[in-house]
Design a protein. Structure first.
Length: 394
């Protein structure tokens, strides 16, 4: 049953049950769930946490959402019934955030957690200079949304908040991108080991000036420093010169061999399986979805026969549990196909390493071969879930 039919069905029930409070609330809850299913099916990238209750002869709707369309659909449904209700819904961002609804990553790596506390699970990471939307605040934590749409919490020390004007100014400013695995920003041009902060692969800072050996740079919070020129490039020039190919994907992926596995990691300090594929494509000019279970929904389906014959270097391979009559398919792991006669792929599991689907290869990975679900091709594919950073060049 599609969304429109579901809403019509629930509203029809409500019209004949307005005198029965229990049926009324049940019907409204059905409407509410249908709206959530339509406008916020994945809680990782959309917020729709709204409840419908009945108290003191009044319907109460409460909670929070960042979907203005979903919120309005719910209000329209309530108003169409001509019933008295109390609206206690927060539409994010609201006055708690104020006019500083944007932020930029201000540390080398941002640890973005599933809840507003340091002990919460690491959901993902961000990088220095990353643009963020700010949706909510709780204590010293802000709920933010990353460029790939991922929503979670980061402590205030990791970001620098901005209003729209400041954010646009930062976005349009000339920048550098750090292309070394890891290093430092120094506080003077002599690079005498007096450090402003560390910096990692993919970090971005505002360009101020340059000489033969260094770039002078500025952080979102106005700190200034110097980076070795051999370790960075002008961001737009780097982007313009990028040509994403099967070979460049392989080269980038292999440059991270040995990087440690870290659940929730997407940086050179540690990365999980989808963090590795995400970082590989980012360094080739693409922002792709965060998790393996999201990455499998982007790009073009390849290798329908699951025999690896249709794969090309750079394709993403997905692993997990196949669907049954009772359960949906569950994607838990992802890697990048390298091809060649050895049927190799590269992935982050324990660390970033190469495995093979060939039983005769010393790197044979029987475990992952037995849970192979299929593959997707990103290179050369137009997809709303694959953002080409060249399209955003100033």
């Amino acid at each position: 049953m599609n969304f429109g039919k579901k809403i019509f069905y629930f509203l029809a029930i409500l019209f004949v049950s307005c005198n029965n409070n229990s049926l009324l609330v049940t019907g409204l809850q059905g409407v509410n769930e249908s709206i959530k299913e339509q406008y916020a099916p994945d809680k990782r990238v959309a917020i729709y946490d709204i409840q419908v209750d009945y108290d003191n002869d009044k319907i109460i709707v409460s909670g929070e959402t960042d979907s203005k369309i979903g919120y309005q659909k719910l209000l329209d449904s309530l108003k169409s019934l001509d019933i008295d209700f109390l609206n206690k819904i927060r539409v994010l961002p609201d006055s708690v955030v104020g006019n500083e609804m944007y932020a930029i990553g201000n540390n080398s790596v941002l640890n973005i957690r599933s809840a507003p506390k340091h002990s919460a699970e690491l959901g993902t990471q961000g990088l220095l200079g990353m643009s963020l939307k700010v949706l909510d605040k709780e204590g010293d934590f802000f709920r933010i949304q990353t460029p790939d749409g991922y929503i979670s919490w980061v402590d205030k020390g990791g970001i620098y908040r901005m209003n729209k004007g400041e954010f646009d100014y930062w976005s349009n400013a000339k920048k550098i991108i750090y292309t070394n695995t890891a290093g430092f920003v120094y506080d003077n041009i002599d690079l005498n080991k007096s450090i402003v902060s560390d910096i990692t692969l993919g970090g971005v800072l505002k360009y101020i000036s340059e000489d033969k050996n260094t770039y002078e740079v500025e952080y979102p919070d106005k700190r200034k420093g110097f980076i070795k020129k051999e370790e960075a490039q002008i961001l737009n020039e780097w982007l313009k010169n990028l040509v994403a190919t099967q070979e460049s994907i392989e080269k980038t992926a292999k440059s991270m061999l040995g990087f440690p596995y870290l659940w929730g990691g997407t940086s050179s300090k540690g990365m999980d399986c989808s963090g590795f594929t995400k970082m590989t494509y980012l360094l080739n000019g693409f922002v792709i979805p965060r998790d393996a279970s999201q990455q499998i929904n982007a790009g073009k389906i390849v290798d329908n026969d699951l025999n690896f014959s249709d794969l090309q270097k750079g394709d993403l391979l997905f692993f997990g549990t196949k669907a049954t009559e009772d359960k949906k398919q569950r994607v838990v792991h992802v890697g990048i196909w390298l091809g060649n006669d050895n049927m190799e792929f590269i992935h982050s599991s324990g660390n970033v390493h190469i495995s093979s689907m060939d039983e005769k290869n010393p790197l044979y990975d029987e475990f992952n071969k037995n849970r192979y679900l299929g593959s997707r091709r990103y290179l050369g594919e137009k997809d709303k879930n694959i953002i080409d950073l060249k399209d955003e060049l100033n």
